[in-house]
Design a protein around this ligand. Structure first.
Ligand SMILES: Cc1cc2nc3c(=O)[nH]c(=O)nc-3n(C[C@H](O)[C@H](O)[C@H](O)COP(=O)(O)O)c2cc1C
Length: 218
């Protein structure tokens, strides 16, 4: 079994990367090999609307034809058994790199036929992990949860069952006093990092392990 894990944060070793790695370890605990990609190490663009993935009778039907740094990732995802995608929230959205990945990943499989459908012929379980500054209450009130549901639904329709893990009020820097960011209480964030973040890590591990549970018994 193979799990592809994607860190969609430019910062290695920070919140998103840690949770993605933890979910990958969960998958590994169920016997899966896990390969992690740091999206910001790759040189790629979002969908360029070439429509080659919709061209009749062509080998590119249902597959993204653009060739760049994302191509090997899309190929690995096309063949893997479980997928983990982590993104920080930037200006109320996934990072631009994750958005570009999602465009390329999902659009290639959309059939555009009269009957809604997908060119993806398997059901691939996916875990979406989001990390953010806001509290869970603000996340709900400012509409993030609806956005997360949208991505979950899109993946569910096109690729397979998708689950979501959210990690709120993250520790953004090791020393808040060095930056102009007085809206945050650095000590409270550090405390949360020490006390709540380990729970998020555990949840990521469990959800990562859970991705492969159905496959093992199948
Ligand atoms: C450019 C930028 C925009 C951000 N916008 C938001 C936002 O709209 N909402 C939010 O809750 N957090 C926002 N954040 C905070 C990050 O989502 C949060 O700190 C996240 O956990 C960072 O992930 P990382 O530690 O893995 O890099 C933003 C951070 C940056 C750098």
């Amino acid at each position: 079994m193979k799990t592809i894990a994607i860190n969609g944060s430019p910062r290695k070793g920070w919140n998103t990367h840690i949770l993605v790695e933890e979910a990958g370890k969960g998958a590994a605990s169920r016997g899966s090999e896990t390969e992690l990609f740091n999206l910001y190490d790759l040189n790629f663009k979002g969908c360029i609307s070439c429509f080659e993935c919709k061209r009749r009778g062509d080998k590119s039907l249902g597959r993204c034809a653009a060739k760049d740094g994302l191509t090997p990732v899309l190929e690995r995802i096309n063949e893997c058994d479980a997928l983990i995608i982590g993104s920080p929230i930037y200006i109320g959205e996934v990072t631009s790199a994750v958005r570009a990945l999602l465009e390329r990943l999902t659009f290639q499989y959309i059939t555009y036929g009269k009957e809604k459908g997908t060119f993806f012929t398997r059901r691939l379980p996916t875990l979406l992990i989001y990390t953010m500054n806001v509290s869970e209450a603000v996340m709900e009130s400012n509409g993030y949860a609806e956005k997360f549901k949208f991505y979950e639904d899109r993946l569910n329709a096109l690729i397979g069952p998708a689950k979501t893990l959210v990690c709120t009020e993250t520790w953004q820097t090791t020393d808040y006093s060095k930056y102009e960011m007085t809206m945050f209480d650095g000590d409270a964030r550090k405390k949360r990092r020490d006390e709540v973040f380990p729970q998020d890590r555990r949840k990521a591990f469990e959800l990562g392990a859970g991705l492969l549970t159905g496959l093992q018994s199948a």
